[in-house]
Design a protein around this ligand. Structure first.
Ligand SMILES: Cc1cc2nc3c(=O)[nH]c(=O)nc-3n(C[C@H](O)[C@H](O)[C@H](O)COP(=O)(O)OP(=O)(O)OC[C@H]3O[C@@H](n4cnc5c(N)ncnc54)[C@H](O)[C@@H]3O)c2cc1C
Length: 573
């Protein structure tokens, strides 16, 4: 599959010069900073020099962010070298997101200019005693004659200390509630001494060099112009901005997955035991194939999720939650699987590849926690079960938007952020488009265009998806005390989404795509077997053999394992 030109290829070429010798992305350097818990300043400066910040600013506000999939590709390129640098640098996009969604033209242009000049922006949502529960936030903004006065603390904030500006969610009505919060873009550089102080860096399990700290305001006066969006509209604004950030943040997972797979394949090819290479033991090949499948699934979901921000914008409350719940979990599983294969080398910090595996394993844990944990995102899907059931039964879908979201060569319209909504009234076109996709597959099968056993797997996904909707219909809405079964069901719905994303992508590209992953629908088969196993659907006894066949492709692959041409040409991490 060929995406249109990607700035990630240029970034990769630049980073290849910097990940050797004593360059800032060289594994020895990355490991040293991690050991010292030191911020990767030189790496982030190199990203600044490349102009990565311009890709955090939408084109309409003077930057170069035109397509969210491009931002995903850029972050993935950095993350496959060092998650600490990727997260440390990328935070500025998250910090700006509220302004891109609802800031006025003047605010957005000014912030866009600042970011392109190198300003770092952080995002302060969480408080010490209130993690995901945004409505419990205590930091207050009180009206003054000239603006607002901020008091209170935000804690566990990435770049709170290093950042120049911070987007803050503040309580503007003492009673709180959904209309009781507002967002302020606070420029720390304009505050008088004593109006704020940064909290100490917290020591962390992974991304040890990152600036995970906090900020406390004491009577900090900010002008009226610091208010982003409507007074009282802060919660809604944050929930919309999170739809952007949750979707693109999973790029970090893809980068970690690329890195983990490459390290393990290289190790398994070089490591000798019982007078053979590890990679030649059948028991070793299967996990490689299974791990590659997780990565391909995660990539397919991310690809469709990020394109959906443009093509199915009003469904982003669902596609973002599904993407953020699915991808980091899949990559966590993948990394754990590969760690088993690496054995001691996954645990030692100096012996193999400068301990990069154990670092990425630790670093990656955070992706499933921040910006809405996996459970928080599943909860967001559960809240929309009734809409999803109705839309499935009515066979509703935005066929045009779905085709654009799942066809990589289709031009993407500008993402109209005013169409972001808290609920997707149309449900999820990716899943609701599954029956029509199965009809297309059947026509192909009749013409011999797809192996019969793969079509059987796809039909099993269709049957399982219908059953999941029946179970969702039977689930009584319970906004407060959500039972564990509902989370299990949401996890199953995610699997349906992932399987459907794969099928759409495969159908839309199979006629022209070439290469071993596409031969006999190899990657689709592997992904369907994985998804059906997640759904508890029994498959043929030899179904798992597909992972061995995929492993052969992975071991022989000259570069990265990916459905995307741009990624494949970027070479080894
Ligand atoms: C390294 C790091 C960087 C961070 N960067 C930032 C940042 O830049 N800006 C920022 O605002 N915050 C940031 N955070 C905070 C982070 O977003 C929160 O920690 C996160 O939202 C999870 O909250 P919690 O685990 O602290 O607490 P809680 O939200 O109280 O969660 C505790 C547990 O409850 C679960 N849970 C929460 N809600 C539900 C639900 N509805 N249903 C079921 N289970 C639920 C959670 O998954 C978790 O397992 C960062 C945190 C870390 C560790």
């Amino acid at each position: 599959m060929t995406a249109t030109t990607s700035p990630a290829v240029a970034l990769d070429a630049r980073l290849r010069q910097l990940d050797m010798g004593d360059g800032p992305f060289a594994p020895a350097k990355v490991a040293e900073l991690d050991r010292k818990e030191a911020f990767p300043t030189d790496a982030c400066s190199a990203l600044d020099d490349f102009g990565l910040g311009a890709h955090y600013v939408p084109v309409k506000h003077g930057g170069r962010l035109e397509r969210f999939p491009d931002l995903v590709a850029l972050w993935r390129t950095v993350a496959r070298r060092d998650l600490t640098a990727a997260i440390g640098h990328g935070k500025t996009f998250l910090g700006g997101a509220c302004t891109w969604v609802e800031g006025n033209a003047k605010q957005a242009a000014a912030l866009g200019e600042e970011i392109q000049q190198g300003a770092r922006v952080s995002w302060g949502l969480t408080e010490r005693h209130h993690g995901s529960d945004l409505l419990a936030g205590e930091l207050s903004a009180t009206r003054t004659s000239e603006g607002w006065r901020l008091d209170g603390e935000k804690w566990l904030i990435n770049n709170a200390t290093r950042g120049h500006l911070v987007s803050v969610l503040a309580r503007t009505e003492p009673a709180g509630g959904p209309r009781g919060f507002s967002v302020f873009l606070v420029d720390k550089r304009t505050l008088p001494p004593g109006a704020f102080h940064c909290l100490p860096k917290e020591r962390t399990h992974g991304i040890r060099g990152a600036d995970i700290s906090g900020i406390a305001f004491t009577g900090a006066d900010v002008p009226d112009s610091a208010l982003v969006g409507r007074q009282g509209g802060g919660i809604e604004l944050v929930l919309k901005a999170l739809q952007l950030t949750r979707t693109v943040a999973v790029a970090m997972s893809l980068g970690a997955g690329d890195h983990a797979l490459r390290l393990t394949v290289d190790f398994a090819k070089a490591h000798q035991l019982y007078e053979r290479r590890l990679v030649d033991l059948p028991r070793a090949r299967r996990p490689l194939g299974q791990a590659a499948t997780q990565l391909l699934l995660a990539e397919a979901v991310t690809c469709v999720g990020s394109r959906s921000l443009h093509a199915l914008t009003n469904e982003a409350s669902l596609t973002s939650a599904l993407t953020k719940a699915f991808v980091p979990s899949a990559i966590n599983d993948m990394i754990a699987q590969l760690a088993d294969l690496m054995g001691a080398r996954s645990f030692l910090s100096d012996v193999y590849a400068h301990g990069m595996f154990q670092k990425l394993e630790r670093d990656h844990r955070i992706i499933a926690i921040f910006d809405g944990s996996t459970l928080v995102n599943r909860n967001a899907v559960i809240n929309q079960f009734p809409v999803l059931v109705r839309a499935w039964r009515q066979e509703r879908r935005d066929a045009e938007g779905l085709a654009t979201a799942t066809t990589l060569t289709a031009p993407l319209p500008e993402a109209d952020l005013s169409r972001l909504a808290l609920i997707s009234l149309g449900g999820c076109s990716v899943v609701q488009g599954l029956p029509a996709a199965l009809q297309r597959l059947q026509a192909l099968e009749e013409g011999g265009g797809v192996p019969k056993h793969v079509a059987v797997l796809a039909r099993a996904l269709g049957t399982a998806t219908a059953a999941v909707h029946e179970r969702m219909a039977a689930h009584p809405p319970s906004p407060r005390d959500v039972p564990p079964e509902a989370f299990h069901l949401a996890e199953h719905y995610e699997a349906c989404f992932a399987g459907a994303a794969c099928l759409h992508l495969w159908l839309n590209h199979q006629a022209r795509a070439t290469g071993p992953l596409w031969s006999d629908a190899l990657w689709l088969e592997a992904c369907l077997v994985n998804v059906l196993s997640r759904l508890g659907v029994e498959t043929a006894p030899d179904a798992a053999d597909v992972f061995d066949r995929l492993a052969a492709t992975v071991v022989d692959a000259p570069g990265l394992v990916s459905l995307l041409d741009d990624v494949r040409t970027e070479g080894a991490p």
